[in-house]
Design a binder for this molecule. Structure first.
Ligand code: ADP
Ligand code: MG
Length: 253
């Protein structure tokens, strides 16, 4: 394949005596929507945490567009174009939807950029630019009309769209989504999928953890499966459905 946008080599992660990832090596081709599947406890979220710098691997490497990014902190990776959503969104409940989106670059880019704007007028201009971008992003994810609502009052599905909005503030080239459709009603799932596909068509690469095999079958290729911290399958969704090792992993879980 073309140079992978993301590659891991021999990634291992231990939580104390428990080995959650056992030498995971995989490659993500640019422009794909790669599905990451596997039974509960397989290590999918841990892999995302290691990929995005939330956890430092015990051993192994992560490469983003040919550059070794192993152990780099999330804010540096956000600036480098790698963003992720969380399985359980935790917006600041009492802040508005808009404020939550505006915080994304501040939280993820870090204070470095903001510290450079000690001049109040420059700071106000920066704030305005972020506000404008946040509104555009909210428009895109169909949440603009909820901009001034407290984030704690929106539905679970709307929170997933809010997660996507926060991710998009970084203009990412690679987005990792942890169970984007879980707990989202069918109407909002359709909106979410439409947005993901629009972004994918315009060049954004996705890695998506999802349990819903219909979702994976219809939208993801290739499919990579983890089982007990190891890559146990890689192929098309059709091959995944017919794979005895995968069936066994799911039934055995
Ligand atoms: P998945 O997302 O595939 O369901 P996780 O990556 O969340 O799986 O978890 C993989 C394994 O690592 C599970 O056995 C889980 O209990 C364990 N684990 C996850 N996070 C921690 C942690 N912070 N401390 C100890 N064990 C953990
Ligand atoms: Mg998980």
């Amino acid at each position: 394949m073309a140079e992978p946008i993301l590659a891991t080599h021999g990634l291992t992660h231990d939580f104390g005596p428990f080995r959650a990832l056992h030498g995971v090596s995989l490659e993500v081709a640019p422009g794909t929507m790669t599905g990451l599947i596997g039974p509960n406890g397989a290590g999918k979220s841990t892999l995302f945490n290691v990929l995005t710098g939330a956890l430092r691997p015990t051993s192994g490497t992560v490469t983003l567009q040919g550059t070794d990014i192993t152990g780099q902190p999330p804010d540096a990776l956000f600036r480098a174009g790698l963003a992720r959503s969380f399985q359980i969104p935790r917006p600041f409940a009492r802040m508005t939807v808009l404020e939550n989106v505006m915080l994304a670059p501040k939280a993820q880019i870090g204070e470095r950029v903001w510290g450079a704007f000690l001049n109040p007028r420059a700071m106000a201009a920066q704030e305005n630019a972020i506000r404008q971008k946040a509104m555009e992003v909210l428009e895109f994810v169909t949440l603009a009309k909820l901009a001034d609502q407290a984030a704690g009052e929106i539905s679970g599905g709307q929170m997933k769209l809010l997660e996507l909005a926060r991710v998009l503030m970084g203009d990412p080239t690679l987005i990792l989504l942890d169970e984007p459709a879980a707990g989202v009603n069918p109407a909002l799932t359709e909106v979410l999928i439409d947005k993901i596909e629009t972004l994918n068509r315009t060049g954004t690469t996705f890695v998506i953890i999802e349990h819903d095999m219909d979702f994976v079958m219809q939208h993801c290729t290739p499919v990579i499966a983890l089982g007990q911290g190891r890559v146990i399958f890689e192929g098309t969704p059709e091959q995944a459905l017919a794979d005895p090792v995968l069936l066994d992993a799911y039934l055995g879980a």
